[in-house]
Design a binder for this molecule. Structure first.
Ligand code: MF3
Ligand code: CO
Length: 263
């Protein structure tokens, strides 16, 4: 989520984290499975020469076919149901006339609403053959998400997730974006708490069964600073370096977290 567009921290801190019942989590599981299925389909479509608007068309068709609504379209005026962020674009790229070319890396981010509950997920893939640094960046970002999920055990602290992600990324020589963070999710796409991808172990709220979180590390090959393009949506790296993004919606249990957006 975009921190700058969210409510001030002082207000946000007073809003409670909503615990989901097993029945509500069952609905969120369905929302998450549709996210996973659509992202898998989109990944198969990615190839040199593809116009990114085509990915939006497929997303809309698939949402309709699966009986789900888009959580993105119309959100604060966002014009599409998918975000396509290429190379130095970090998040919130708008599908359009741009043509994918061999060697690009493409982050695909989408969200669903099913029976009033949301799922949110993202993945990054290469277009055709990509360079070794791009491949490594994708690998490390995926690994960072996995490390965050591994830390998201019932009884742990929110800061344990943040620290696990930050350490994973920085120890491998990349940087973690700070101005955009993960989030609680449920009836709203963005609920409490914010889930920063950097922080200290043993801080923040305690993780407990029935919390649902979207973890979404955004990792840059260069520095962590960002800039928003003239379209007022697309977030790019300030230094023009490559960036990758992975996201899963997870449910906290008494043990390991359950990944709701994995097929
Ligand atoms: N996964 C992103 C987020 O959690 C996607 C939001 S894009 C928007 O913020 F268009 F819906 F804003
Ligand atoms: Co999200």
């Amino acid at each position: 989520m975009d921190v700058s567009k969210s409510v001030p921290l002082s207000v946000a801190a007073e809003r409670a984290i909503v615990i989901k019942s097993p029945e509500e989590l069952a609905v969120m599981r369905r929302a998450g499975q549709i996210v996973a299925a659509i992202l898998a389909r989109l990944v198969k479509e990615v190839r040199p020469g593809l116009v990114t608007a085509e990915l939006e068309t497929i997303t809309q068709e698939e949402l309709k076919r699966q009986g789900a609504l888009s959580s993105f379209k119309g959100y604060r005026g966002y014009p599409a149901s998918l975000c396509v962020s290429i190379n130095d674009e970090i998040v919130h790229g708008i599908p359009g006339p741009r043509v994918l070319k061999e060697g690009d890396i493409v982050a695909l981010d989408m969200g669903t609403i099913v029976d009033g509950f949301q799922g949110d997920g993202a993945t990054t893939v290469g277009v055709g053959k990509i360079g070794p640094r791009a491949r490594r960046l994708i690998e490390v970002t995926q690994g960072a998400l996995d490390a965050g999920i591994a830390a998201a055990r019932g009884g742990a602290w929110l800061g344990d997730i943040s620290a696990a992600i930050q350490e994973y990324v920085e120890s491998r020589g990349f940087s973690i974006v700070r101005e955009y963070v993960g989030h609680g999710i449920g009836r709203q796409m963005h609920e409490e708490p914010q889930v920063p991808n950097f922080g200290e172990r043993g801080t923040g709220p305690r993780l407990r069964k029935g919390m649902a979180l979207a973890l979404e590390p955004m990792v840059n090959a260069g520095g962590w600073r960002t800039r928003v393009k003239e379209d007022r949506w697309t977030v790019v790296t300030a230094d023009g370096s490559l960036s990758a993004h992975f996201e899963h919606t997870i449910a906290i249990t008494d043990g390991e977290a359950e990944i709701l957006t994995r097929l």
